[in-house]
Design a protein. Structure first.
Lengths: 280, 303
């Protein structure tokens, strides 16, 4: 008996050690970014580095946000991500419902096309999109960046929404039909309300993808005032005088809202992804 | 089938429903045609021209761009870098993802832990790149300082300044960023394994390690194959992290095909040549995409 208990403890000891190790390794870079952003310059460049700031300061944050271009980057990113999100929610919701609940010729082909589009990475679309968007005069505009982001997010959003629509019981739709509801009303009044959590979480996931996107945003925008946050931030690092405190503050400020948003929806995201992405 | 019968009683509804389904899918189809299909074809066309970044005119040059690619002395090195980067990253993220999935699949492991471990999935690549450059900074970086103190690196040297360790750093950071996806997929697959199998195995006297190899691993085979294929496509074409951390250096030791494409099109403005490169990259991944799509769509209809 005591042998067994010892064995369990020993087994769990290694388990807890592993958990601790993973948590430290995964959390460290983020912890270090936040910690560095609160260190005064003296501590930032002290060797050996201190884990926790001795005299925490918000100086880097106030300094960063007093620069009007930084505020502009945040605003640009917000406008682009919100527009991408709304467009996605509108188009992808309709498309996903159609693919999940209707049968017509070519439906399976369109599903395969959406999934293939989901596999096409931005580096393959960068050159033609640059020319197309410049060709229609949308370079350095919000619309241009949003179009670029849609190529990445729309297939993803459709794909992740299909399982949510599939889960709506067919009986609910039938009952409404018997009560004389039109096909559109069945969608609008019966199906959609049930799927609000799914649609909302897919929308927020799209917002996050758009907020984080770097390559297309950097290529499609030339003028400094139209740059999104990721592109603006990346430029800090290529300048000769690297201001680490400000960079860590901005990195933290870029990451924190995203992590909070993700935490709010991750339950639905996990549900959608594990149902839609890969089935073994 | 009940559904069919009842709606047949309402032919008007049925016709209306058909139309609605088609109307709802039209925006997606149009978008895919204009912004995915057309660009992909346009890319292929550009690869046979002498197009430059800033001019709209171009003329046909046949296979000249491809000839230039294959006679480029550095092309084999960059292909090798792409393969090293992809194989190491995919292997790393699948192994870490599986280990953590096994860890959170245990009874008593809370959802709080799972949520925490999902965070790297949404951290902006730019932020990770900036932190990496900071902790690897030769003068003030904490990791560089550790390596320097252990005597593994010279004073004021950064791991990012040495070819081999620069690539290793990129792979480690990429594994850190991308393990949550395999972790989630593996976790879902683990949950779907019948618990009775394990009970039966333990009755038969199998230990934890034996049942892992006899039950868990075989059950994860399909998932693993699909994950490998999907992650190869995304990793081999992933630009942001390597570009933002090393920019392809030192001395081209971390330049992979996506960075080569970017430099050709936006560094030296040779759009035609860059398109040729991206066509080649696309072709080499084409089979992976076909396999993934077929497999996923096929498993979808069994539901």
């Amino acid at each position: 008996m005591s042998h067994r208990i010892r064995k369990i403890i020993r087994k769990n000891f290694w388990y807890f050690l592993f958990v601790l190790l993973i948590v430290v390794v995964i959390g460290f870079p983020l912890f270090w970014m936040a910690s560095s952003s609160c260190k005064p310059a003296v501590e930032l460049f002290k060797m050996p580095p201190q884990l926790i700031p001795e005299q925490p300061t918000l100086l880097w944050y106030t300094q960063a946000f007093s620069d009007s271009i930084v505020v502009r980057y945040f605003l640009n990113s917000f406008i682009v991500s919100a527009t991408t999100m709304l467009t996605n929610v509108l188009i992808a919701t309709l498309g996903a419902y159609s693919l999940a609940r209707f049968s017509y010729r070519g439906r399976r082909f369109i599903m395969a096309a959406v999934l293939s589009a989901y596999c096409i990475p931005p580096i393959m679309l960068m050159i033609p999109l640059y020319r197309i968007i410049a060709g229609i005069g949308l370079n350095s505009s919000y619309a241009g960046v949003v179009l670029g982001h849609l190529t990445l997010t729309l297939p993803f959003c459709v794909w992740i929404l299909i399982p949510f629509f599939r889960k709506v019981p067919k009986e609910m739709e039938e009952a409404a039909v018997i009560d004389g509801a039109s096909a559109f009303n069945v969608f609008w009044c019966i199906v959609l309300p049930v799927c609000v959590p799914g649609v909302l979480s897919a929308g927020i996931m799209v917002f996050i993808l758009s907020w984080n996107e770097y390559l297309l945003s950097s290529v499609l925008v030339m003028s400094d005032t139209m740059k999104t946050l990721t592109v603006g931030l990346a430029n800090y690092i290529s300048s000769t005088e690297i201001d680490w405190g400000t960079i860590m503050a901005l990195g933290t400020a870029t990451t924190v809202p995203i992590v909070i948003m993700f935490s709010a929806i991750q339950k639905y995201f996990v549900e959608g992804l594990t149902a839609g992405a890969v089935k073994g | 089938m009940d559904h069919m019968q009842r709606t047949r009683q309402k032919p008007r509804y049925h016709a209306q429903r058909q139309t609605l389904g088609i109307i709802f899918i039209i925006p997606i189809v149009l978008f895919l045609l204009i912004f995915i299909v057309y660009p992909v074809l346009y890319n292929i066309i550009l690869s046979f021209t002498d197009a430059k970044l800033l001019s709209r005119q171009f003329s046909w040059v046949g296979f000249k761009n491809y000839q230039k690619i294959f006679t480029n002395m550095r092309f084999p090195t960059y292909v090798k870098n792409t393969i090293v980067w992809t194989v190491a990253s995919v292997a790393g993220q699948l192994l870490l993802g599986l280990s953590i999935a096994l860890m959170i699949n245990r009874k008593g492991s809370g959802t709080g832990l799972r949520s925490f471990l999902l965070i790297p999935y949404v951290v902006p690549a730019v932020a990770i790149a900036l932190v990496t450059k900071w902790i690897m900074n030769g003068d003030y970086g904490i990791i560089s300082w550790w390596f320097q103190n252990l005597g593994m690196m010279a004073h004021r040297q950064s791991p990012l300044a040495i070819p081999g360790s620069a690539m290793a750093t990129l792979v480690i950071v990429n594994v850190w960023r991308s393990y949550p996806f395999p972790m989630l997929i593996y976790w879902a697959a683990l949950k779907s394994i019948d618990k009775e199998l394990y009970e039966a195995a333990s009755v038969d006297g199998a230990g934890a390690i034996q049942s892992f190899f006899a039950i868990t691993l075989p059950h994860l085979k399909d998932t693993t194959i699909v994950l490998i294929v999907l992650r190869i496509v995304w990793t081999a074409t992933y630009f942001d992290l390597p570009w933002l951390i090393t920019g392809g250096g030192p001395a081209g030791s971390t330049t992979h095909l996506p960075i080569m494409i970017y430099q050709a099109s936006f560094g030296t403005f040779q759009t035609g040549y860059a398109s040729g490169l991206s066509v080649l990259l696309g072709l080499s991944l084409f089979l992976c995409v076909v396999f993934y799509v077929r497999k996923t769509i096929a498993s979808d209809t069994h539901k």
